[in-house]
Design a protein around this ligand. Structure first.
Ligand code: ADP
Ligand code: MG
Length: 475
């Protein structure tokens, strides 16, 4: 079958859609029209010069990857800008613009440089020129088990981590999935396992990577036409640690490649360690087959540390930094920052900094001020826009859908929840809330608030929505 501009562009779009948010996709890619395909040059029509500049600024790489996949390395992209005509001509005015190197505006069409310049650079971590490849683990040695204090909140995850470190690939904890909220030690524990394995089994190849970086590498590999090398590289790892896998959400291409890597490693008795800010059941936009793999091993949660653990963590940090702090201040900090160890550490650091810059003693007043500031800083003002964004994301729709006139039940519920939280978290009037959430009147907002109240006392699932959203909005 011969390729047409439309078919080529359609394939590009489906790849692009997988790799960016649906909002961005809607805004920047849906308005584009494919108009011509000649040789390997695809011409696309964009609505304005601004539009073209935005694409070049933000999406040129993605476009290149997509286009290379479709048309090979000699692919070209030509933009045609649909312009407002200022001279009274009826015909739409089109202008061709080079798609790269803007200084050469004179030339009409310019190749997107799609050639793979260094085909020998296959392993994303290899230093060029070194033949016998040694893979750097990318581990942070200070994130070890010794510095990861044990407490009720992390006991299961910590001991599972130790078990895995003692016998990588040889326990039923494969994969080991560590999940929990922000700042509770997922990254630290994941590194600790890797560090311990490196210590016990120096010959094993351990690799720590964030899901974000993994995704970038994958996209890069597609762009350079060496997706297979990318997969092979990961398949020779003995212990693969992927941090924040919730970030794979919505990225079908990356999920697919990870699925193959995972299967290969698992079948060969290699250890996989994953972290996520959500339990597998709560992960959205992750393929079912991948989710089911995540559940094969053990999912261990990191909970909020209890008071004693918080005190122990503070003391340990002070000890390592060689700083003294009165007991009452330690207690004050432990009592006031409860849900995030990173924040707790942040407050300690800024307390120490304040007292040493200003040559002041660390007093409870100073601690209060800093905790106040700290809490103020981290608690952002909740706006109605923000609420709508959070609610639509939670229900995987976009804000336009949430605001639309539809009577579909789940959309109506999402809208009512947005109104309810707008009432709860802002000082805006019912009328003003209504006008900002899809042009409704104050009676509709009032009705929404009542409905949410009613439903949350009668409907368990609905109550969970309210609790989840409440948590997200007060984070
Ligand atoms: P997450 O990846 O879950 O967001 P991190 O692993 O980055 O959290 O941890 C945040 C900070 O808290 C890090 O500096 C880490 O060293 C510290 N931390 C977390 N848990 C512990 C613990 N059990 N003992 C000591 N420090 C901890
Ligand atoms: Mg982390």
């Amino acid at each position: 079958m011969s390729k047409t501009a439309e078919s080529v562009w359609e394939n590009c779009l489906s790849f692009i859609e997988d790799n960016i948010t649906s909002q961005a996709y809607k805004t920047w890619f849906e308005p584009i029209k494919a108009v011509k395909l000649s040789e390997n040059a695809l011409s696309i029509q964009v609505p304005s010069k601004f539009f073209y500049e935005w694409l070049e600024e933000h999406y040129v790489k993605l476009l290149k990857v997509a286009l290379t996949k479709e048309l090979g390395t000699t692919a070209k992209l030509v933009y045609i800008i649909k312009m407002e005509n200022t001279y009274g001509n009826k015909q739409p005015f089109t202008e061709r613009i080079p798609s790269s190197n803007r200084s050469q505006v004179k030339s009409q069409e310019v190749d997107v440089p799609l050639k793979n310049k260094s085909p020998e650079l296959k392993n994303p971590f290899v230093i060029p020129g070194i033949r016998n490849v040694k893979i750097e683990s990318q581990l942070n040695p200070s994130y070890n088990f010794e510095s990861f204090l044990e407490g009720e909140s992390n006991r299961l995850a910590r001991s599972a981590g130790l078990a895995v470190a003692n016998k990588p690939g040889g326990t039923s904890f494969n994969p080991l999935l560590i999940f929990g909220g922000v700042g509770l030690g997922k990254t630290h524990l994941a590194h600790a396992i890797g560090v311990e394995i490196k210590d016990k089994y120096p010959e094993k190849t351990v690799l720590y990577i964030s899901a974000e970086k993994f995704t970038q590498q994958y996209i890069e590999s597609v762009k350079k036409n060496n997706r297979n090398d990318f997969i092979h590289f990961y398949q020779i790892i003995d212990v693969l640690i992927v941090d924040d896998i919730q970030l794979l959400s919505g990225k079908a291409g990356t999920q697919d490649v990870f699925f193959h890597i995972f299967n290969h490693l698992h079948q060969n008795g290699k250890q996989v360690i994953l972290t996520s800010d959500k339990a597998p059941v709560d992960m959205i936009d992750i393929e079912q087959r991948l989710l089911s793999r995540f559940k094969w091993g053990l999912s261990a949660e990191l909970n909020h540390p209890d008071y004693d653990t918080r005190v122990a963590i503070i003391k340990n940090k002070l000890y390592r930094d060689g700083v003294d702090m009165p007991e009452d201040i330690i207690e004050f900090l432990a009592n006031n920052i409860k849900t995030n160890i990173r924040e707790l550490e942040g407050a300690i650091i800024s307390l120490i900094a304040h007292s040493s810059f200003n040559k002041r003693e660390i007093t409870i007043e100073l601690a209060k001020k800093i905790v106040d500031n700290y809490v103020k800083h981290t608690k952002r003002e909740v706006s109605i826009d923000y609420i709508q964004k959070v609610v639509s994301e939670y229900f995987q729709m976009d804000v336009d859908t949430l605001q639309s006139k539809t009577r579909k039940r789940h959309i109506v519920q999402a809208r009512q929840l947005a109104m309810f939280f707008a009432k709860k978290f802002t000082k805006a009037s019912l009328a003003s809330i209504g006008s900002q959430i899809g042009q409704r009147d104050h009676a509709t907002v009032l009705h929404a608030c009542k409905t949410v109240d009613n439903l949350s006392s009668t409907d368990k699932q609905f109550r969970k929505y309210v609790e989840d959203l409440n948590k997200k909005l007060t984070l």
